[in-house]
Design a protein around this ligand. Structure first.
Ligand code: 5RP
Length: 226
């Protein structure tokens, strides 16, 4: 039996997500599209669905450009009332389908598009599956003038924040990557970090986790539901 490489796993899960969208998203409905290398594989797969889709909403400028490169219609979120399905990757996902996202720095727009969507479909390979979130540094988007203050506050929560060097988000803000957190209560921590003045959003997707996980293993794609 052929054992898939990590890139082949991303392609396999992207095809499974394309089939999920074709089966579950009504013709003419809007699809939300995530950001990252797995989401990029998904974008390349859905070019064949462009006449089925009413349009897409992109979670980053990079995703917008890739969608438009395939001739797929991209809509402004403010012109859309309803998103049927949102498909995106994750940096970590636990057994309750809570996630850490934002490795690519698109967490705030991802969280906004996910908030509007009926169904969040997470696509990833087994390397992202964890028992407890926090090994991957938690990204926190901050207003530039507040980054030192927010870093001190995050330090008080037990984390070690590091400013992501040379990186500015699509919203013109900065990212603090918080190392060393052992996150056994993701929903509470998500709210707590959002409550720090100067934080725009954080990469915990626990209050609104995934509804469906398509998980590529070296031999198949498993489906899990919340
Ligand atoms: C970007 C994200 C991505 O979903 C996450 O970083 C996973 O990316 P990849 O599929 O490249 O591993 O949250 O902000």
């Amino acid at each position: 039996m052929h054992t898939m490489t990590q890139y082949e796993m991303k392609q396999a899960v992207a095809r499974a997500a394309r089939d999920f969208v074709a089966a579950h998203l009504p013709a003419g409905a809007i699809l939300g599209v995530g950001t990252g290398s797995t989401a990029n594989c998904f974008i390349d797969e859905i070019a064949v669905l462009k006449n089925h889709l009413g349009g897409t909403v992109a979670s980053s400028e990079a995703t917008r450009q890739r969608l438009e490169g395939h001739g797929i219609r991209v809509l402004d979120l403010n012109d859309v009332e309803h998103i049927g399905i949102y498909v995106d990757g994750a940096d970590e996902i636990d057994g309750s389908l809570c996630m850490i996202k934002g490795g690519g720095g698109a967490l705030t727009r991802e969280k906004i598009v996910a908030a509007v969507a009926d169904t969040f479909v997470c696509i990833c390979d087994t390397s992202k599956r964890v028992a407890t979130l926090g090994h991957f540094p938690l990204p926190v988007e901050v207003i530039p003038m507040a980054h030192a203050y927010v870093a001190r506050q995050l330090g008080q929560l037990g984390g070690v924040p590091k400013l992501r060097e040379g990186f500015i988000t699509d919203n013109g803000n900065l990212i603090l990557d918080v190392h060393g957190l052992h996150i056994d209560q993701p929903t509470a921590l998500e709210s707590r970090i959002d409550g720090i003045t100067g934080v725009v959003s954080n990469g915990l997707f626990a209050r609104r986790g995934a509804d469906v996980l398509l998980l590529a293993t070296s031999s198949t794609v498993e489906v899990m539901k919340r």
